[in-house]
Design a protein. Structure first.
Length: 283
């Protein structure tokens, strides 16, 4: 079933678990991730990132993912990840996305609030939830247009109240696209942020965080973890293995199909790791 963030995150925020938000790059990933969630009877969030927006467009991704979410036996959010342009956000909303992220983290606070508020007003009018970001989560490979900075707790109250967002992505030592789990999480900073806002919090860069820290984070008000690199690694490594073993084969669909079980296994591992130990995260 297709749901939005507000049908999952508030309950997760006050539990000892969270919802996995998995990057999706095609039908193989979407089918594998939904199958993993269904095998556990747990919800999941399918995220479309900027790379896929640039390659396929939000209309094509919405057309692929929304029917799959509606047909699923568990709650599935179709979410637009980091987006810096309102026009693309609005196209995603018209394409059936149930949730969007307007990323104004590179803007001055006043402009971030103003532009995010405009997106929120449009999205909420049609039942779509909005994630915002305060501070800026860096990328492992570095990106010229990204100015990395930690979330400032003193700004969180004003930003969350005036922007009207439904979930807040924070920068507390987490890093996008790390292949090793060694990001140093600032739990004291996270505690200060939790005192500054009551909203569900979001952690990006989950692959780069050590499992003990993930288990600790999910017991805080963190309700959503964005996961991408570990899934791509599992899928890509299995494709590489299959291609090495069958050099006479060349069909991408064939190799993608052979690698889907490995991706589903890794997705199930992550979804289960992040989920509550006491109750299902389904409203």
């Amino acid at each position: 079933m297709l749901v939005n963030l507000n049908e999952l995150l508030p309950a997760a925020a006050v539990s000892d678990g969270a919802v996995a938000c998995c990057n999706v790059f095609g039908i193989e990933e979407a089918k594998s991730i939904i199958a993993a969630a269904e095998s556990l009877s747990l919800p999941v969030i399918l995220a479309v990132n900027k790379d896929m927006v640039d390659l396929a467009g939000v209309e094509a991704m919405g057309g692929l993912l929304v029917p799959m979410a509606k047909a699923s036996s568990v709650p599935v959010v179709v979410h637009l990840d980091h987006c810096y342009e309102e026009s693309i956000v609005y196209r995603a909303i018209h394409s059936g996305f149930s949730s969007v992220m307007f990323d104004g983290s590179q803007l001055p606070l006043e402009e971030n609030i103003r532009r995010t508020r405009q997106v929120v007003d449009v999205a909420h009018a049609v039942g779509v939830t909005v994630e915002g970001e305060l501070g800026s989560v860096p990328y492992e490979e570095g990106r010229d247009h990204i100015i990395s900075m930690s979330t400032v707790p003193a700004e969180a109250t004003r930003y969350t109240q005036e922007s009207g967002i439904d979930a807040l992505a924070v920068s507390v030592g987490n890093v996008h696209r790390k292949t090793e789990a060694n990001s140093p999480i600032d739990f004291e900073l996270l505690k200060q942020i939790e005192m500054a806002t009551t909203l569900p919090l979001v952690i990006h860069g989950t692959t780069g965080i050590a499992e003990p820290d993930l288990l600790k984070l999910k017991q805080q008000r963190v309700a959503k973890f964005n996961v991408g690199t570990t899934l791509r690694m599992a899928f890509g490594q299995k494709i590489r293995e299959c291609m090495d073993n069958e050099p006479d084969k060349y069909d991408s669909q064939y190799f993608g199909g052979k690698a889907m079980p490995a991706l589903q296994y890794e997705a199930a591992r992550v979804i289960a790791l992040l989920a509550s130990s006491r109750q299902p995260l389904i409203k």
